[in-house]
Design a protein around this ligand. Structure first.
Ligand code: SF4
Length: 1628
């Protein structure tokens, strides 16, 4: 029976047109039975628990498309037959080849703990194995486990080959003695099935035989299966070793090469066998062997019996513990790989793989004696990033590159703005410059440990985003590890301690025992070849050519061009002219509420179908503003020669300082003979109709490009510039043209031979530039955008504005320079949000998701990109292109550009979801408490144009309706409602408090956002009379019992207001990883919004802008997130921890990692959420729809058996009960309302929030504006009551009694019969797929206990009666304890208990804790006053994170074998977000010391890069060497830096701070006082020396002073006098 849309049985609130409930009998084609699970390949999901999904060769998943198989087969065949697969193919044929696919890349992310141990005496010992296993065991917390909490995500060791052990086995077997010098061992995973294993072995032996390699025997590796976890056991392979002899070669390297090529041939042969996916070589070498598996750290040694055998001896061991973001039991994905162990993530993998594929056509070396073809393919597009990095590194190494050289080439350091390198080691700079044109960096956070059996080394990524500590002992062993304290070594035995800084390397020659530290290694490598000479002779820079100062077109012609190429008046006025006048991207606020391009009824540029991807959790965004020194926009043009033949020819390229070309620079390139440039026109012909025209045009273009390259052109210039525009010959969208040519050349093996430059009219926003580069363009000449800048400047309007002073005077050239400046900054921001540093790495990396393009378009130009909902066909795209083009030829030419209304609402323009009519209707409903008014509001929503993906769905049910009285009450539903994280500062105090009170009244949760909270709000009101209270006198409509505490308190990157009491007084703590409106970006609170009240809550200064940097400085990986979750559970063990993510492809995998990292709640935000200010291009072009993110997350969590661990929350443009039910069906347990909560409390959508001028006081800190605030808590309560009643009504109609019953039940969704203007090809099966239901109900999941950290040291402390007494009665107590690196966040829980009772400052007792040993991460986090921690030993990362008071003292033990001031004693990111207290450490710190510190004082003996970054207060003293970029973004506090060798000035980021000597007496006293305390507390000999020779050392100190401190007595000797003078003047 079909239900009416209204029923007397149900709530009168239900009027939504989408509530069309179909009867099952009459709709068999669309009932729940048809909401079937589509093929996984369509979903892009990987379901892992099937045996058939077992992954061979480190594959990601079992998904193999026909084209994939075809591609692989083609290549294998080509290689085996000695043919080149890249032989000329037509554009259509070329599209059959497979490229790297984003879906595959997203299926697996990981991070880890790693380390190595090596003998410097060339001695083999079993101790090294034992130490490696012990160290591994101490890094369990850096790894992850499967859903069974037992199967590890992977762990293993690489060592020398233990010939002693193997020889014994040979003897026992009665086999002939092994000749080690010619033998190798393969560690092999084989199929479990005996007959399949036999078949596999037969193939292996056959290949060896053909290769002339003698097989000496197979050995079953003895293992103890019982220690393996449940899931790991299901997929556990048979593990055997094969022993082989290579008699034909004598040199070790040749033997290794023979084994390498044999392995490649075996892998190829296996790939076509039915058992192929169950076959994998962990290692095959004459030098190294890898034991690994789907194991936890401590199980590795228990599982592999060999590793416990005393006969197992080695010179070195690399160990690795893996934390994977999913629970897939994949044995091969454990590490180490064959050459390296990788802790990190390659952000640019898709591009790296496609470029490597392109190199297959050109890379050859005589070293391979003509067998180069057998090495291909160079990567495995189905394998993990680590596996591919390993494969490519191994390829280079086997092809003659040294291991150090390989790492330097693939993971180069940031050499450009490195004063030491540039001046002292130019040869190293030359090396990097040379290879910059050859190999795009494999960019991303990484600690890499590697060995070829002769050398063992470690190197860190360019930004130092992983911890790496090393130490050496007096028994000649060297250790490198992610953490210190993994082994208990007496301090007296340690002779040296250090850490790897950004881009640094440390290597050991195992044969000579020599240790090479960073510059020594690099100098040796760089001096091996004359790179500088080759560059000087061959490379040349494109000299800048000024921008035109005269116009190309008449104003009419300009208009015609703009119309034809799709410009709107918003594009010109709000984007181009804004950039031309200010040099900055324009900002906007309140998110994007317009439809996706494919849903829109208006034509869009092709770029609008692409959303930028961004980093979250598994990799960090970079801070392009303050850490831009690691970034570069340089590009090289020209042929990329054979990389295996390094020589002068490879250097013959043209370097561009950035990819934006002026017309003159384009002409200069066109005249560069060495590049043999070919200009190809990009118009297509519609004379024969639109059908097929665009595809024909593309094919023609690709053929022309092919021909030009084969004729020797090294530069293809694709151009839509013409003097003679033809109505029947529109321009191919430039992005389509670039992508098609790029992929065509890859497919035909020609991509390395030429660069692509695009000369186009249709490119004016930063997003356009990013798309073009991301799909293969090396440079862009945006000629029409530049012409638009020129004509704007020359227009009479602008001239008049300049004359009357409305805008500053500006030259024509300056407008174009400004435009370029804004584009460059925008490009850096787009790169940085994905964590990519170099444009060369971003080039062709396809860091986008597509929403709304069909398979034919994607296959032609964007192969490998994710386009999950399908969309426009090539012909539909042609129609859209022509619809723009014809505007330029209209008979009645428009006088001005049309305003499409994409940014701002305008009559007749694009539909905006948040519009004045909607807010008016809502205000009426909530203020008048009028149900029929709410019904009108619902009617408005249900009749709106299709705006979001869920508008394409409607409800259906097989059940009969039930009376609404039978449905759970509204109160139960409202418990699931939360409001968005809007910070106090961004919104007014009134709004913030009203929202919190309302949410507390309904039992829901408000979210504090970033910025702290006034403790006055944490008590229930009891003084309310007539709606007013003296406690909160600025509010109306109050009731006794109200409380204004936000149940959810947010921890974001800025850490503003995050104090122990803030944390301790929370029900839930939210870690904001990204924001819906601008994922990957930070925020900024303008100075005018920082009122004294706001500043007091944020521990900052009134009027000084507050910057929240894009990255969390303590979250660079999944294990770092796990640590922050651990910290928060530590400080407040009864608060749930939620993690806020933003929808994008792959979020399911990320969310799985977050669930494994012990989060209690995961929030998925859509791009349409978010209220803060952001660049327009970020609002419009980043982040995905929440429907996609939620569906993927829910289903992936279920498939990984993790769904029960976390409650799922969704937000992003939710407006009604219909939205709630849609989200519930897709899997959400809780529902977030941001913009709507603001509207309900008074916002009228004027969208000027960032200006502090909000007309209704919702988002202003100005007193007079705040006085206009109209909201009362009751309004918001009414709104949520209506929504809950609407939910009840819908549930009743669908026949369900509880929300619990429909959560994850996609069967209640069906496709709505609605015609879209552009295409009917959208595929929504992704949203309606059902991976099954969780084992628990949603209520059980939501109401489960807070996840625990398990037993921790702080519990022992809190259980101590004396400590408990000291806390309870404010007494003093002193305790001494041992501490180990597994004791993490020590002090945090005790501090939380104190803060809960006494607040941040009220505790008068004293708890002194003395520790001995190595402290785990976050030692002393969130410390409160009265807590004193003294550590004799050392500590890891995050010491004093968020500390608010107390003291931390760290010093090395007496009698240690190293000089304290030379050794590293604490790790990275210490004092992050500290709001008070003191730290004294007698040793050096790592990177980002005192980042975001707002009040703490510290003395340290040296630091890594980025010290005092974003500091807003406090005082830091460093009395040893420091790294680069000191004081970046520092707006408050003081720094004192001892500079004994006059190098400090080059290391300071002087953008904000000034440097001066310490002349003010108060400053001198401050410095002296801190040094004295440091000496007294730590016994620092350096401090003693300084204080004893004060006159000598004082002049060597620099004082760093931000503007806000310039008038303090410490920074300015005259400040006090001036203050007194001012006071006197005021009094007079
Ligand atoms: S009314 Fe205030 S809060 Fe709402 S959009 Fe406008 S400025 Fe922003």
């Amino acid at each position: 029976m079909a239900l009416a849309t209204k029923s007397c049985l149900v709530s009168p609130l239900v009027v939504d047109k989408r509530l069309h409930v179909a009867a099952s009998a009459s709709s068999s084609g669309s009932s729940c039975s048809t909401a079937r699970v589509p093929s996984w390949s369509k979903l892009g999901l990987t379901f892992y628990l099937r045996q058939s999904d077992f992954v061979g060769f480190g594959l990601r998943g079992a998904r193999k498309s026909n084209s994939a198989q075809h591609g692989d087969a083609s290549r294998s065949q080509g290689a085996a037959g000695g043919l080149k697969w890249w032989a000329s193919a037509t554009p259509r044929e070329a599209r059959q080849y497979e490229v790297a696919n984003l879906d595959d890349i997203l299926a697996e992310r990981d991070a880890c703990g790693v380390g190595y141990i090596a003998s410097l005496k060339n001695e083999y010992s079993h101790k090294i194995v034992k130490d490696a296993l012990t160290s591994l065991g101490c890094m369990e917390h850096r790894g992850g486990c499967g859903a069974d909490n037992d199967s590890g995500d992977g762990a293993g060791v690489m060592t020398s080959i233990p010939w002693g052990l193997f020889k014994k086995w040979f003897q026992e077997q009665g086999l002939a003695e092994v000749d080690e010098s010619h033998c190798g061992v393969g560690q092999v995973f084989l199929p479990r099935d005996e007959s399949l294993a036999a078949a596999a072995k037969a193939v292996v032996e056959e290949v060896f035989k053909k290769e002339g390699v003698e097989v000496l025997g197979w050995r079953a590796v003895p293992v103890t299966e019982s220690v393996v976890g449940h899931f790991a056991k299901i997929t556990m392979p048979r593990i055997e070793q094969i022993f082989v002899k290579v008699s034909a070669e004598d040199a070790m390297d040749d033997i290794e090469r023979e084994l390498y090529i044999s392995r490649k041939l075996i892998e190829k042969a296996a790939s076509t066998e039915p058992w192929g996916e169950d076959f994998y070589f962990c290692s095959l070498s004459s030098r190294t062997i890898v034991y690994k598996g789907m194991l936890r750290s401590e199980v590795v040694g228990q599982f592999y019996d060999d590793l416990r055998n005393e006969d197992y001896t080695t010179q070195f061991a690399i160990y690795h513990r893996r934390f994977s973001t999913n629970t897939t039991p994949k044995w091969p994905l454990a590490q180490p790989m064959r050459f390296l162990g990788h802790n990190g993530e390659i952000n640019t993998l898709q591009g790296n793989l496609n470029w490597m594929r392109s190199r297959e056509a050109t890379m050859e070396s005589p070293i391979w004696r003509g067998r180069d073809a057998e090495l291909r393919p160079f990567g495995n597009i189905k394998a993990s990033d680590s596996a591919n990095l390993d494969m490519v590194a191994e390829l280079f190494m086997r092809s003659g590159y040294g291991p150090e050289e390989t790492m330097m080439m693939m993971v180069p350091e940031a050499y450009k703005k490195h004063p030491t390198l540039m001046v002292k080691y130019p040869e190293i700079v030359d090396f990097y410059e040379y290879y910059k044109g050859q190999m795009e960096a494999w960019d991303g956070p990484a600690l890499l440990l590697f060995s070829n059996g002769r050398t063992v080394g470690a190197c860190l990524d360019r930004n130092g985003l992983r911890p790496a500590r090393y130490w050496r002992t007096n028994d000649d062993l060297i250790y490198v590890a992610s953490e210190v304290g993994v082994l208990d070594i007496p301090a007296a035995n340690v002779t040296m301690k250090g850490r790897l800084g950004p881009g640094m390397m440390i290597c050991v020659n195992l044969e000579s025992g020599e240790v090479y530290e960073n510059t020594e290694v690099k100098k040796r490598v760089a001096n091996a070849k004359p790179y500088g000479k080759w560059l000087a002779e061959g490379s040349r820079k494109l000299e800048p050519v000024s921008f035109n100062d005269s116009t190309l077109y008449s104003p009419d012609s300009l208009l015609k061009h703009q119309q034809a190429f799709g410009y709107s008046s918003e594009d010109v006025q709000m984007i181009i002219e804004s950039m031309a006048s200010s040099g900055k991207e324009p900002t906007f606020c309140m998110g994007d509420d317009t439809p996706l391009a494919v849903l829109s009824e208006r034509a869009h540029l092709l770029y609008d179908y692409f959303k930028q991807r961004f980093a979250q959790v598994t990799n960090p965004a970079i801070d392009s503003l303050r850490e831009g020194l690691v970034m570069s926009l340089e590009m090289n043009l020209g042929k990329r020669e054979n990389m295996l033949d390094a020589g002068p020819a490879n250097a013959a390229q043209v370097t561009l300082s950035d990819p934006i070309l002026s017309d003159g620079e384009l002409s200069a390139l066109q005249a560069t003979e060495s590049l043999k440039p070919a200009t190809l026109s990009t118009f297509f012909d519609v004379n024969d109709g639109i059908e097929g025209a665009l595809q024909r045009g593309l094919d023609k273009l690709c053929e022309a490009a092919d021909e030009a390259v084969r004729s020797g052109s090294q530069l293809l210039i694709l151009s839509d510039r013409t003097d003679d525009m033809d109505a029947t010959k529109p321009a191919i969208p430039p992005l389509l043209a670039v992508g098609a040519v790029h992929h065509h050349l890859i497919s035909n093996g020609l991509r390395m031979s030429a660069s692509i430059v695009i000369d186009t009219a249709q490119c004016f926003s930063t997003h356009h530039f990013a798309c073009l580069i991301g799909y293969g363009a090396s440079a862009i000449c945006p000629y029409l955008a530049l012409e638009t800048c020129r004509q704007w400047r020359m227009s009479t309007k602008t001239i008049a504005f300049i004359k009357n002073g409305k805008i500053p005077s500006i030259t024509v050239e300056q407008t174009q320079k400004n435009f370029k400046k804004a584009v460059k900054a925008g490009l850096l921001k787009i790169l940085s949000k994905m964590g990519i540093s170099l444009l060369t790495s971003y080039h062709g990396a396809q860091i986008f998701e597509i929403y709304g393009l069909g398979g034919d378009v994607v296959d032609t130009a964007f192969r490998g990109s994710t386009s999950r909902i399908g969309g426009l066909t090539m012909n539909e795209l042609a129609n859209e292109t022509v619809s723009f083009w014809t505007k330029g030829f209209a008979e009645e030419a428009a006088k001005k550009l049309e305003n499409f209304g994409f940014i701002q609402l305008r009559p007749g323009g694009e539909y905006h979801g948040n519009n004045p009519e909607m807010s008016k209707l809502l205000h009426k409903a909530v203020r008048e408490k009028n149900q029929s008014a709410y019904a009108v509001y619902q009617e408005h929503l249900s009749t709106r144009p299709v705006n979001v993906l869920r508008d394409l769905l409607e409800f259906q049910s097989e059940r009969k309706p039930i009376p609404v009285e039978n449905v759970e009450p509204a109160s139960g539903i409202m418990e699931r409602f939360v409001t968005g994280g809007m910070s106090l500062g961004a919104i007014s105090r009134e709004t913030h408090e009203v929202i919190a009170i309302a949410m507390n009244r309904i039992g829901g949760k408000s979210n504090s956002g970033e910025g702290g909270e006034d403790p006055i709000r944490w008590k229930h009101l009891s003084d309310v009379k007539e709606g007013l209270s003296d406690t909160l006198p600025h509010l109306k409509g109050l009731e006794n019992g109200d409380i204004a505490s936000s149940a959810i308190k947010q921890i974001a990157s800025g850490r503003f207001g995050v104090t122990p009491s803030f944390l301790a007084n929370s029900e839930q703590l939210e870690i904001k990883i990204a924001q819906g409106a601008k994922p990957g970006e930070g925020g900024q609170l303008p100075g005018k919004k920082v009122s004294p009240y706001i500043a007091s809550l944020r521990n900052s200064k009134p009027g000084v802008p507050l910057i929240s940097p894009p990255p969390h400085h303590d979250i660079y990986s999944i294990e770092d997130l796990a640590q922050l979750i651990y910290d928060l559970h530590q400080v407040n063990p009864v608060a749930k921890v939620s993690v806020k993510l933003v929808a994008e492809a792959g979020i399911g995998t990320v969310a799985s990692g977050v669930a494994k990292a012990n989060a209690d709640v995961i929030q998925i935000s859509g791009f349409d959420g978010g209220t803060g200010a952001s660049p327009i291009s970020s609002i419009k072009h980043a982040g995905g729809p929440w429907e996609m993110g939620l569906a993927e997350t829910h289903q992936t969590l279920i498939s990984n058996s993790l769904r029960e661990r976390v409650a799922l929350r969704v937000d992003g443009g939710l407006k009604s009960g219909v939205d709630v039910i849609m989200a519930a069906a897709m899997g959400a347990d809780e529902f977030g309302f941001g913009s709507l909560a603001m509207i309900a409390t008074g916002c009228i959508m004027a969208r000027i929030c960032h200006t502090n001028n909000c007309p209704v006081g919702v988002a202003s800190q100005r007193e007079e504006m705040r006085a206009r605030f109209p909201g009362v808590p009751g309004d918001l309560v009414n709104y949520f009551l209506y929504v809950a009643e609407e939910v009840r009504g819908i549930l009743a109609q669908l026949g369900y009694e509880k929300l619990d019953d429909i959560i994850g039940k996609t069967e209640i969704l069906k496709r709505r019969d609605v015609q879209l203007a552009k295409t009917q090809s959208l595929d929504l099966s992704f949203l309606m797929a059902n991976a099954g239901m969780p084992k628990w109900t949603s209520t059980q999941i939501r109401k489960q206990e807070v996840h625990s950290n398990g037993p921790v040291l702080d519990d022992v402390l809190l259980a101590d009666p004396e400590i408990a007494d000291a806390i309870q009665n404010e007494k003093s107590v002193e305790k001494s304890l041992k501490i180990y690196n597994v004791d993490r966040s020590v002090g945090g829980r005790v501090s939380g208990a104190i803060a809960k009772k006494y607040g941040d400052t009220g505790f008068a007792g004293e708890i002194k804790l003395k520790f001995e040993g190595s402290a785990g991460q976050s030692f002393g986090c969130f410390l409160t006053p009265g807590m004193h921690l003294r550590l004799v030993g050392e500590a890891n990362d995050y010491v004093g994170k968020g500390m608010a008071g107390g003291k931390i003292v760290i010093l090395p033990p007496e009698g240690c074998g190293f000089k304290a001031e030379d050794a590293t004693i604490v790790g990275n990111t210490c004092l992050y977000g500290a709001t008070g207290g003191q730290l004294f450490a007698n040793g050096k710190a790592g990177e980002r010391f005192a980042v975001r510190n707002s009040l703490a004082e510290a003395v340290i003996e040296g630091t890594g890069d980025h010290a005092c970054e974003y500091m807003t207060g406090g005082c830091i003293v460093a009395i040893g060497k420091v790294g680069r970029n000191v004081a970046a973004g520092m707006t408050g506090g003081l720094g004192y830096f001892l500079d004994e060798d006059d190098t400090f000035p080059t290391k300071v980021n002087k953008e904000i701070v000034k440097m001066q000597r310490v002349t003010a007496p108060a400053g001198q006293q401050q410095l002296q006082r801190l040094l004295q305390t440091h000496m007294d507390e730590t016994g620092s000999s350096k401090a003693k020396e300084i204080l004893s020779n004060w006159e000598k050392f004082l002049p060597l100190f620099w004082q760093l002073v931000p503007p806000s401190e310039e008038e303090t007595p410490e920074a300015n000797a005259n400040a006090e006098d001036r203050r007194v003078e001012n006071l006197v003047a005021q009094t007079a």
